[in-house]
Design a protein around this ligand. Structure first.
Ligand code: SF4
Length: 334
């Protein structure tokens, strides 16, 4: 007799402990799991490696998809508000679940699940929000939250007998203790801290992003540049980004395009500064900011080299007084 084919479920995996435990609970029920991870432009470096290693350790297939431009739009104007920084967690969950549901249909899987815990996060995990997310994602009554399932109404996979509700959990609130004990019991390791990878929860990054949005800068390059360097908004509206180390200096230059200019101080240890857009009126400020973070920072003036994506534009005097207001121009810290 052919054994019945194993049911499959699609679970959101973020690299964090809760989603890893939810996967474990579903696997324990003899259900195969496809992990779904959304690669947004607002994730810190290294997040994807954590997710991939975790999926490998859990022994599940992983599907990683890029968020579309509509995701950036959602971050700019979320329908359901933001958390403590610029994180639109309710809208973001809805977005991810719609994508996961599309994958579920495509793969003929039985249901979707998440590692959400009732009452754990003030913005997105109160009961009302969980219901809203479910409804807006088109998953009313169908979305399983294995970690808090016993505190929530039975979902369709439970009612249909696919999932044994008795083996699900009743976790609630912000304490992490039960999850840490379960991680130990299940041997789950290598997960990231809660919301660890999402820069939208970082106040410094959020300040930079809010400033970029206010200046209609939300292309892929604009967003990637927010992750490196010191940022300054000049009175003209142009942006100057000063590298903090060799790696950032090199990285910054990858974004030097036709509209920009780069600066460095000649003959001393110097950062690279990127000016976008490059208007000659802003060159004195760009050169002065470079001087401020160079080894010649104690000097009133030094020689700066200026170049564009097409080549050398010349040298000019960098004068410290041209950046006297740089603290006011600073966007975010770091
Ligand atoms: S922390 Fe970031 S990735 Fe996670 S739900 Fe909120 S906005 Fe989305």
């Amino acid at each position: 007799m052919t054994p019945p084919s194993r049911a499959t479920a699609v679970g959101l995996v973020s690299g964090g402990l809760d989603s890893a435990l939810a996967v474990k609970l579903v696997l324990e029920q003899g259900i195969a799991v496809i992990g779904y991870n959304l690669r947004t432009p607002f994730l810190g470096g290294g997040n994807e490696a954590v997710v991939r290693t975790l999926a490998e350790n859990l022994g599940i297939e992983l599907v990683v998809e890029d968020a579309g431009e509509d995701y950036v739009e959602l971050v700019r104007s979320p329908r359901y508000g933001r958390g403590a920084a610029l994180n639109p967690c309710v809208d973001c969950h809805i977005y991810m679940l719609r994508r996961a549901e599309a994958l579920r249909r495509e793969r003929g899987a039985s249901f979707c699940f998440t590692g959400e815990v009732l009452g754990q996060r003030p913005m997105s995990q109160w009961r009302r929000q969980l219901e809203l997310i479910e409804r807006e994602a088109g998953l009313e009554g169908k979305l399983l939250r294995p970690l808090s399932a016993k505190l929530l109404p039975p979902t369709r996979p439970e009612e249909e007998g696919l999932v044994d509700r008795r083996k699900l959990l009743d976790l609630r609130g912000r304490t992490r203790r039960p999850q840490l004990a379960l991680a130990k019991a299940y041997g789950v390791a290598g997960y990231s801290s809660p919301a660890g990878g999402c820069l939208l929860t970082d106040k410094n990054f959020a300040a930079r992003l809010a400033d970029a949005f206010a200046h209609d800068e939300y292309g892929a390059d604009d967003i990637n540049l927010l992750k490196i360097g010191r940022h300054f908004r000049l009175p003209s509206g142009a942006k100057a980004i000063v590298g903090r180390n060799e790696r950032e200096n090199e990285k910054i230059l990858e974004y030097l395009d036709e509209g920009g200019a780069a600066f460095e101080i000649v003959a001393v240890g110097s950062p690279v500064t990127l000016l976008r857009p490059s208007r000659e009126d802003d060159w004195p400020a760009g050169a002065a900011l470079t001087l401020r973070y160079s080894d010649a920072r104690e000097s009133d003036a030094a020689e700066a080299r200026v170049w564009s994506s097409k080549g050398e534009l010349g040298t000019m005097a960098a004068r410290s007084r041209e950046a006297a207001n740089s603290d006011e121009w600073r966007v975010g810290a770091g």
